[in-house]
Write a protein that binds this ligand. Structure first.
Ligand SMILES: Cc1ncc(COP(=O)(O)O)c(C=O)c1O
Length: 352
């Protein structure tokens, strides 16, 4: 049976630490919708936002849902130390550092340098400042684009910690590891469909960012398992659409295996668009700036340059392109990223 209730039951079999604030609000972006409708001179669907920027822990974001299950697995394995790798301004590491603090665990973060030419505020403020405040031990890794090398170095750190008598748990996001974090977005899919049913809204399409792909895979597989058949548009924030689609498909298969649910999602249901990525991860382009500006001025929503401004630019771009023509309700999942904004102050306002 493909219902939210049946999926909730399935998810109950996985360990989870409950630290997030759920359900997150579901709101209509009326002023953004009116602005785009006026610009285009035609009716557009109602644009909704699922406020996963309000998941509660340490300024919120999508990583809270994911880490509830990853820390559940770490605790079940008897770990006392979280070992984790990500970009310098990683929301994943900041949120993990916060979970570890709350759960009384030690946390080691490996900061991968993925964005060249950034100044002191990028390397020291935003998420890095919060990592510090949450007591994370920092390790620096210069080769941010080499995912395998980053994971190998992380394993080395874990070995050293074992030698010191600790019980480390590796939080890797590489496409060959079990996608435990995706379970968080399956739970998010249950929450969303129950909320939509209570509010009597039927979504015709969903827009999510796609990076490590835990959000995309969890949302797509979760929605299908809960009975929703509409398109899920993944907006690339790290890789081009071809490599991202390949990544999403291979993680989908691992997620289906983890759930023992058989093949649920076909390859051609995976949609990845890289039109708003610009020159690459963490790099600002005009559509990123426009999304930050429109979200702020029209909706009092805060989106960050690396992730959520790009996915919102995707929602805006797809609306302009007529992709949602004839639809009534389109949902944008806001995945947070607030602290990262403060690492980009001078990139956003270079004249100051
Ligand atoms: C704020 C924010 N949004 C979106 C993403 C992308 O999500 P995922 O890594 O699950 O693909 C990230 C990843 O770090 C993020 O921090």
């Amino acid at each position: 049976m493909r219902t939210p209730e049946a999926l909730r039951h399935r998810l109950n079999g996985f360990p989870r630490v409950r630290l997030g604030h759920f359900p997150t609000p579901l709101e209509e972006m009326e002023r953004l919708g009116a602005h785009l409708s006026e610009e285009l001179g035609r009716k557009i669907p109602a644009l909704w936002v699922k406020r996963d920027d309000c998941t509660g822990v340490a300024t919120g974001g999508n990583k809270v849902r994911q880490l509830e299950y990853s820390f559940g697995a770490a605790k079940a394995a008897g770990a006392d130390t979280a070992v984790i790798t990500g970009a310098v301004q990683s929301n994943y590491m900041r949120t993990a550092a916060a979970f570890a603090a709350k759960l009384g665990m030690e946390c080691h973060v490996q900061l991968e340098n993925r964005v060249e030419g950034m100044g002191e505020e990028y390397h020291k403020s935003g998420n890095v400042l919060l990592d510090r405040i949450f007591g994370a031990r920092m390790h620096h890794f210069p080769l941010g684009e080499d995912e395998k090398a980053a994971d190998t170095n992380l394993a080395r750190i874990a070995e050293r910690l074992k030698g010191e008598g600790r019980k480390p748990y590796l939080f890797t996001l590489s496409p060959d590891t079990k996608p435990t974090g995706a379970l968080g977005y399956m739970q998010g899919a249950v929450e969303l469909l129950e909320q939509a049913a209570a509010d009597e809204i039927a979504f015709d399409a969903v827009v999510v960012p796609t990076g490590s792909a835990a959000t995309h895979v969890g949302t797509l597989l979760g929605l299908r398992l809960a009975g929703y058949e509409g398109p899920v548009h993944g907006i690339c924030v790290r890789r081009d659409a071809a490599s991202q689609s390949e990544r999403v498909r291979s993680i989908l298969r691992l997620a289906e295996e983890m759930l023992s649910c058989g093949r649920i999602v076909e390859d051609d249901e995976v949609i990845c668009r890289d039109d708003w990525l610009g020159p690459g991860y963490g790099k600002l382009v005009d559509s990123t700036r426009e999304a930050i500006d429109l979200a702020g001025r029209l909706e009092a929503l805060i989106v960050d340059p690396t992730y959520t401004a790009k996915s919102l630019a995707g929602l805006i771009g797809l609306t302009r392109a007529g992709t949602f023509a004839g639809m009534d309700n389109v949902l944008y999942i806001h995945t947070g990223g607030l602290p990262g904004l403060f690492a980009y102050r001078s990139a956003l306002y270079p004249e100051d």
